[in-house]
Design a binder for this molecule. Structure first.
Ligand code: NAD
Length: 556
């Protein structure tokens, strides 16, 4: 676009969120882009706009209103949105991501205002590439795609096309936490229908009002999608997000060695849980290889975590069989054991140990005496007082991770874990819990937030043009994250670093992931003299460009 007449100007520029600066447009901008008279005379600074936005954010009565407010801001002024989010991340994260994003997805049809991202439906079979062509930004710029089919949104089940809130939220975190430029991100929802009957009957539902397409038709739509992405966005990493586990494991297996992809629910969750475990073991002072882990829930999160833990235990010298034997699962039918093999899904089979069948978690805790309990069932309140007390009887410091999201689905609260263990539990949750004081001691619960991992992994992968995303990268990310937890954090029981440090953490994770990419010969870019510097230089910072920079950007 070199024709000056075509440059966004005037009202068009004010309605263009990527370049809009609102009241912060300087007199030079106003003259250059025909804005004089269209804005009130006082020129605000970005800092003042952030303050004003924060005050507006805080006076909203409900978190969902805050979510709607932030969405509106993102649609109006992208730079201001990211400045606000980055500078106030601990306050913003629970709104743009879990738990509030869960409610936003449940009510997506009601709160829907402007579309963001791309919708591909089962009716688009045969023309997916044409739909990708409609993305208005340069194809070469697209570096990270987050895609969902909405079948398992957080712990909330099938929300169909309303699941779009998740790719949108995750990509905002890619930008806020790791500096992936907003123009490099693309949220996609694949709408094949929903088996959530109440949504199908909801007149506000934005997706196809039909039952889910399954089987061959589903697989070939996904195949067309992955192929079209390779053709149209050849530099993009594809993150699969919130697919139901019967598709998630299959799709990961099918594509992980063919394209640059990963599944955050399986692999990202695994890395954040492994990092939490590494930190917890700094407190218990026992090696990973000596842990007995009992999982409640044998889905994407649980099996993904166990698989990564097994590989980390093998790094400590155990055989695969020995490492697996340290990981046990209770699902909705009781302990996963060999005698149930005929009825078990394939992903559970490696953990179906020879053992007597046990009906429930409580019996399994008594019999197996695990050192760590990991809740990934999506079922609230399953870590009961007797279970936590039993864990505290045979462990000096029981490790209790209640990872189910959103908050209402957590297997126990932070307060319960600390109270029932007499302050000895090493606790982490999926959604945030406030600090809790017991007998004068204040505990800061860790949040096993995937945002510690996936933005940094994505940054590392795209910075060096890695062709694949490997388990070694996730292990490196987990180790790096755990090493960044300070002694002062651990003293307060906090096994993840403060979220306020996220950009620094993401950079370190990106460097460790890029190192693995070089070791595994997966890179498209020659190794720079200073890898950290090269990656840091690619991180987006929300600042307002001057007139010349804006002109240059338009003319690209
Ligand atoms: P999933 O549907 O793949 O698996 C859920 C598993 O729980 C299944 O194996 C199911 O059989 C089991 N289950 C259901 N009811 C049960 C019961 N009453 N007792 C025992 N097991 C039961 O889902 P997923 O992707 O594994 O996610 C599970 C939960 O973990 C969700 O709430 C999700 O939000 C949470 N999660 C947290 C994080 C995080 O904290 N970073 C990351 C990913 C997922």
């Amino acid at each position: 676009m070199s024709d000056k007449a075509q440059h966004p100007r005037g009202v068009t520029l004010l309605n263009y969120p990527r370049f809009n600066q609102g009241t912060a447009f300087s007199p030079e901008h106003r003259r250059a882009f025909g804005l004089d008279g269209l804005l009130p005379p006082h020129v605000a600074s970005l800092e003042l706009q952030v303050q004003r936005s924060l005050r507006n954010f805080e006076r909203k009565p409900h978190d969902l209103d805050r979510y709607i407010f932030l969405n509106g801001l993102q649609d109006r002024n992208e730079t201001l949105f990211y400045r606000l989010v980055i500078d106030n991340l601990e306050q913003m994260m629970p709104i743009i991501y879990t738990p509030t994003v869960g409610q936003a997805c449940q009510e997506f049809g009601l709160i829907f205002r402007r579309p963001r991202g791309l919708y591909i439906s089962s009716e688009d079979h045969g023309r997916v590439a044409d739909i990708l062509d409609n993305w208005p930004y340069k194809a070469d710029d697209v570096r990270v795609i987050v895609v969902t089919d909405g079948e398992r949104i957080l712990g909330l089940g099938d929300l169909g096309a309303h699941g779009m809130g998740i790719p949108v939220g995750k990509l905002s975190l890619y930008t806020a936490c790791a500096g992936i430029p907003p123009s490099a991100t693309l949220p996609i929802t694949i709408d094949v229908g929903t088996n959530n009957q109440s949504l199908r009957q909801d007149p506000y539902y934005i997706g196809l009002h039909q039952e889910r397409v399954r089987g061959e038709a589903y697989d070939s739509l996904l195949e067309e999608f992955v192929t079209a992405v390779q053709e149209k966005f050849p530099h993009a990493l594809i993150q699969f997000e919130d697919f139901a586990n019967h598709n998630a494991f299959r799709l990961l297996q099918k594509y992980r060695d063919e394209v640059c992809t990963f599944n955050d629910d399986i692999q990202g969750t695994a890395a954040v849980a492994l990092a939490g475990l590494f930190s917890a073991l700094r407190l218990t002072k026992h090696p990973l290889s000596e842990q007995t882990l009992l999982f409640l829930g044998a889905g994407e999160a649980g099996i993904g975590i166990a698989n990564l833990i097994v590989s980390a235990m093998m790094d400590e010298g155990l055989s695969e069989a020995e490492a697996r034997r340290n990981c046990w699962f209770v699902d909705s039918q009781g302990l996963v054991v060999e005698s149930r093999k005929a009825d078990l899904a394939a992903h559970k089979l490696p953990y179906a140990h020879e053992y007597e069948p046990l009906p429930d978690l409580s019996t399994a805790v008594d019999m197996l005496q695990p050192t760590a309990l990991i809740g990934v069932s999506g079922q609230p309140g399953m870590f009961t007082e007797p279970i936590i007390r039993a864990m505290s009887d045979f462990n000096e410091r029981p490790i209790i991770f209640a990872l189910s999201n959103p908050t209402a689905n957590s297997e126990c609260t932070a307060e319960e874990a600390y109270t029932w263990s007499d302050g000895r539990a090493i606790f982490a949750s999926g959604s945030p819990f406030p600090s809790f004081t017991l007998d004068g001691q204040t505990f800061v619960p860790g949040q096993g937030n995937n945002a510690y991992i996936f933005p940094g992994v994505g940054l590392g992968v795209v910075a060096v043009g890695a062709r694949r995303v490997t388990d070694e990268m996730f292990r490196a990310a987990a180790r790096t994250l755990a090493d960044l937890v300070g002694e002062d954090d651990l003293e307060q029981g906090r096994i993840f670093p403060a979220l306020g440090r996220i950009r620094e953490l993401s950079l370190e994770i990106a460097v460790s992931v890029a190192e693995v990419a070089y070791e595994q010969n997966l890179t498209a870019v020659d190794r720079p003299a200073d890898l950290r510097e090269m990656i840091a230089s690619q991180m987006y910072e929300p600042v307002y460009p001057d007139v010349a920079t804006m002109q240059a950007a338009y003319e690209e």
